[in-house]
Ligand binder design. Structure first.
Ligand SMILES: Nc1ncnc2c1ncn2[C@@H]1O[C@H](COP(=O)(O)OP(=O)(O)O)[C@@H](O)[C@H]1O
Ligand SMILES: Cc1ncsc1CCOP(=O)(O)O
Length: 156
């Protein structure tokens, strides 16, 4: 991933797709996120947002909402609390979800419809929707909840 603000836009213009993971945002990497989204809009590059801890940490929640408003992503991938937080609700416990995908399904559908994207909500049963259709995937393992970064590394 290119997180240098002087390179992120150039890279997004030639990439086939761009992933923006909110992981551990700093001022410089946030500038890189904006540059990448701007370039994706100009070049038609699809981008994916992983709004790590959205709703749980106010500063990054605002950043994630702003990026989505600037240019809609193709996919938003988060756990249930991150999806609820991005959509305006409260978040979970740091990076961990305190909701189930089933509980936020209507929110996920509305978010997908609003931005014309796919929303993938991870959890014990992953729920993926474009606002209309719904796909459920139950191919995880409870042990995956014991490892930080599993959601981040399983972008659809
Ligand atoms: N309770 C669970 N049982 C089985 N698999 C799970 C469970 N929780 C999460 N997973 C698996 O781990 C993946 C990451 O989900 P999740 O923990 O919600 O992501 P994040 O790390 O972003 O919080 C899911 O796509 C699913 O495959
Ligand atoms: C991406 C990232 N960077 C530092 S912590 C963190 C959390 C993401 O973990 P998970 O995908 O398990 O929510």
């Amino acid at each position: 991933m290119v997180d240098n603000p002087d390179e992120a836009g150039v890279f997004a213009r030639v990439a086939s797709a761009v992933l923006i993971n909110m992981g551990t945002p700093q001022a410089a990497t946030v500038a890189a996120m904006h540059a990448a989204v701007e370039a994706c809009a100009a070049a038609g590059t699809p981008w994916v947002l992983d709004p790590v801890a959205a709703g749980g940490l106010p500063w990054r929640t605002e950043i994630a909402r702003t990026l989505v408003a600037e240019h809609a992503p193709a996919i938003i991938r988060g756990n249930a609390s991150e999806i609820a937080g991005l959509a305006g609700g409260s978040g979970g416990r740091g990076v961990d979800s305190t909701d189930s995908p089933e509980a936020v399904l209507d929110i996920a559908r509305a978010l997908a419809t609003e931005h014309g994207c796919v929303v993938a909500v991870s959890g014990p049963v992953d729920h993926l929707t474009d606002g209309d259709r719904l796909v459920r995937l139950a191919n995880g393992h409870a042990l995956m909840t014991q490892v930080t970064g599993v959601g981040c590394s399983s972008v659809p």
